[in-house]
Design a protein around this ligand. Structure first.
Ligand code: ATP
Ligand code: MN
Length: 462
């Protein structure tokens, strides 16, 4: 049997079959007549224990080359293991060291490193248990997300990464330009963008929503899943400059159906990861945060709380807690408030709706009170906001008013406004930050540790 992954070997237990594995050495122990080594190939957390007997032809040549980090190809027989730690092991009949890893230089020799240090060796950290598990969980979650939407006939749409529109009007964007930095063309004291690559100012997208809406207003339910960029100056454990976002947009859908979908979606993907990544989840539960699995199970079971912003403010005021950011109607909820509501008041996820229009984007549908908009944020314990969404303003006149109120120029949104002019429909959607989700699932404290190559304020190591 060729080409078996270690994961398959543990599952199928092909006893007394000759098999070949390829992977990297994790540990080695020598005893009198043989050598134990543990090999990992990335397919699962567990290492396969290999026994190399000293009557192997090239024993004395290869043993010194078997060091942590070396890559290796081993053929042999799978047998039941007499040891306590593993059910099966591999008795080697052929061993080939493919690439050596000089022990003096290989930093992963040492057993434990801090996550901060591992960030500086982002090219090697996927070889550790934690980062291997994160990669597998990210993979499973990506699949579950597509599966959820595909099973429900949502169309996957690729919205642009380079954009000429500033989605929310206020988002901090990265500019995309080929203008020479040392000699920027100026015309009338302003940068002359006519000389730039696109002949106008362009940026990296902060959200695919506006473009997503154009497809929802033609194809029905759609979703995007792609990279997003925000020049966030906030140096927090929850913000990246480059992150992935999932943004469904649903036609003929109001805020209530939007909340239903968000809740069903979260529960579906959490269930998926618990069912499909038990070994990795068990690792996070033992090594990172021992409340994780229990927490996720409760979230799947319980109905989310749904309250209006005004009620949330009342709850926070009633608590008499001395928050760093004082609470009064009109403030944007800070992470301390979000955590208090989900961890102390309700002890479960909370969906907050009907926020003051001043603190939300121009495209959110205005309520009849003319003060609040149909926004919805999904907050979860430990993390705060994980999803932000809304029902969109579908009335052309009201939308123009909102654009002007926010000091934006309606001309810049001419195509967006036309969606309201021609066959306008009630529609809603939300954005889930993929890395926030992975943080939530794994219990990892810092968002920089749940994306392979983190980019954050003043930090781009790779
Ligand atoms: P926050 O208040 O936490 O900054 P936001 O209101 O800016 O979030 P939205 O614009 O609603 O967030 O974006 C939708 C989702 O994208 C958020 O709920 C969050 O999960 C995620 N998100 C937003 N900004 C970032 C970021 N800088 N890094 C990682 N994920 C982010
Ligand atoms: Mn933000």
């Amino acid at each position: 049997m060729k080409g078996l992954l270690i994961k398959d070997i543990f599952q199928k237990k092909p006893l007394n079959n000759e098999i070949t594995i390829k992977g990297w050495i994790r540990t080695k122990r020598e005893s009198k007549n043989f050598c134990f080594t543990e090999v990992n190939d990335g397919s699962c957390m567990k290492n396969l224990q290999v026994i190399i007997d000293d009557n192997l032809d090239n024993y004395n040549d290869i043993i010194p080359l078997i060091t942590t980090g070396a890559s290796i190809e081993i053929s042999g027989n799978i047998v039941e293991s007499p040891g306590q730690k593993q059910s099966i092991e591999l008795h080697a009949t052929k061993v080939k060291v493919i690439g050596t890893a000089p022990a003096d230089d290989y930093v992963l020799q040492k057993k434990r490193h801090t996550f901060e240090y591992l960030r500086t060796i982002a090219h090697l950290r996927p070889r550790t248990n934690t980062f291997g598990a994160i990669a597998r969980v990210r993979n499973a979650m990506s699949y579950a997300i597509h599966k959820f939407f595909q099973e429900r006939n949502f169309i996957y749409v690729q919205t642009p990464i380079i954009t000429s529109s500033d989605c929310e009007g206020a988002g901090e964007m990265f500019q995309v330009t080929t203008l020479p930095m040392e000699n920027i063309p100026i015309n009338d004291k302003k940068i002359d963008y006519s000389k730039d690559f696109f002949s106008k100012k362009a940026s990296l997208t902060v959200s695919g929503q506006l473009e997503g809406e154009t497809y929802a207003c033609a194809l029905g339910n759609i979703y995007t899943f792609g990279p997003t960029f925000r020049a966030e100056h906030s140096n927090t454990t929850r913000h990246l400059a480059e992150f992935w976002m999932i943004e469904p947009e649903m036609a003929f859908c109001d805020i209530n159906e939007n909340m239903d979908t968000a809740e069903e979606f979260l529960k579906y993907i959490l269930t998926y990861v618990l069912e499909n990544c038990p070994e990795d989840m068990d690792f996070f539960n033992t090594r990172i945060d021992n409340t994780i699995i229990n927490n996720l199970q409760n979230i799947i079971k319980d109905k989310f709380i749904r309250i209006k912003y005004t009620e949330a403010i009342e709850e926070l005021t009633k608590s008499k807690v001395d928050f760093e950011f004082p609470v009064k109607w009109g403030i944007d909820l800070q992470s301390e408030h979000e955590k208090f509501l989900t961890e102390n008041v309700y002890k479960k996820p909370v969906i907050i709706t009907d926020y003051p229009k001043e603190i939300k984007a121009f495209y959110m549908k205005m309520n009849d009170d003319n003060k609040t908009v149909r926004a919805m944020d999904v907050l979860v314990p430990r993390l705060g906001e994980i999803i932000g969404g809304s029902e969109r303003e579908d009335n052309e006149k009201k939308l123009i008013n909102r654009i002007k109120e926010m000091n934006l120029n309606p001309d810049d949104y001419w195509w967006y406004l036309e969606l309201r002019k021609f066959g306008s429909i009630p529609h809603s959607g939300f954005g889930l930050g993929f890395e926030r989700l992975i943080q939530f699932i794994t219990g990892m404290q810092n968002i920089r540790d749940v994306i392979p190559f983190p980019r954050a304020f003043k930090s781009i190591d790779f």
